[in-house]
Design a protein. Structure first.
Length: 308
């Protein structure tokens, strides 16, 4: 990875602690208490925040000084929400507490409190790109089609914490009845030229990781100012099962029925009606949409480089 690296230059001795209490499969009050104690031990004034609405009010309050950094206790969607609310202006330290924690695993961010404390005391910041979908920021990926339909259904039935098992039944139900509407794309490529294509699933990745540690775009780089787009061009139960098998085996990027593009932006349309979208594992509305890249948008606190 070749991130741009910076260090925090000034200090207000303040940290915001955003705790998503329904992130992941169960509540973690002991971890939350240890994080509060950690920030206190670092000599920081801590403001605890527990909802996006509270974060918005805190951020828009001109009388409240900006924090040195924000600790995001939750999953990928929680960190994306914080980044969108703060406009990429405050470093974010992700404490992994979600269902997948794809970005934290990719960056090797520790869950051990001692190692996390060391990361906060060093406070090495690296900037990554982010994706833009309307007024929504995403850090990892966007998808349109089958998988996004499953995400919408799972979250529509959500009553609290989520585990991977919550996705199993909706996935099999959708395998039997998903209609696979055609998705049309108008893509601005890396060199500024445009191309058009169509398919039945669309993915746009900022990092090479996918759920369960799998990779659909192994060459994706999170600071190259581009999104890696995959378009799956076959539909139906058999094709979906085959794509899933290829994803698990690590061969999906080599399939001739998967189109791949490096893009600055893209428009996704569906002539037959709205198709669900998801970003970073959360529902993100419906087509038709335009997505683009925010280069060097996201300042993340990451573990210091290991000395050789």
């Amino acid at each position: 990875m070749t991130f741009t690296e910076i260090h925090q230059a000034t200090s207000t001795d303040t940290a915001w602690l955003f705790i998503n209490r329904i992130a992941g499969g169960y509540d973690k009050p002991q971890s939350h208490a240890r994080l509060r104690e950690l920030l206190k031990d670092l000599g920081l004034n801590t403001i605890e925040i527990n909802s996006p609405q509270q974060l918005a009010c805190q951020w828009e309050d001109d009388a409240t000084p900006r924090p040195d950094f924000i600790v995001s206790v939750g999953g990928d969607g929680t960190a994306a929400m914080i980044a969108g609310q703060t406009g990429g202006t405050v470093p974010i330290a992700i404490y992994p507490a979600g269902t997948e924690n794809i970005l934290a695993k990719y960056l090797r961010i520790p869950t051990d409190i001692g190692a996390f404390a060391k990361m906060l005391s060093k406070r090495v910041v690296r900037r990554l790109d982010a994706g833009q979908l309307g007024d929504r920021t995403f850090l990892l990926m966007l998808s349109a089609g089958f998988e996004a339909e499953v995400v919408h259904r799972v979250h529509g039935q959500r009553e609290g914490h989520l585990t991977k098992f919550h996705y199993v039944r909706p996935t099999f139900e959708m395998l039997a009845k998903y209609p696979y509407p055609t998705l049309e794309l108008d893509i601005e490529l890396a060199d500024g030229s445009r191309t058009q294509t169509e398919g039945y699933w669309v993915f746009a990745f900022n990092v090479p990781r996918y759920a369960l540690g799998l990779e659909m775009t192994p060459d994706a780089v999170p600071d190259d100012g581009l999104l890696d787009i995959c378009v799956l061009t076959q539909k139906g139960f058999g094709a979906t099962a085959s794509y899933i098998t290829s994803l698990v085996s690590g061969t999906i990027a080599r399939r001739s029925d998967v189109k791949r593009f490096q893009a600055r932006s893209a428009e996704i349309r569906c002539p037959s009606g709205p198709v669900p979208l998801q970003t970073d594992g959360d529902p993100a509305g419906f087509t038709d949409v335009r997505l683009s890249v925010l280069p060097n948008y996201l300042p993340l606190i990451v573990p210091p480089k290991r000395s050789k």
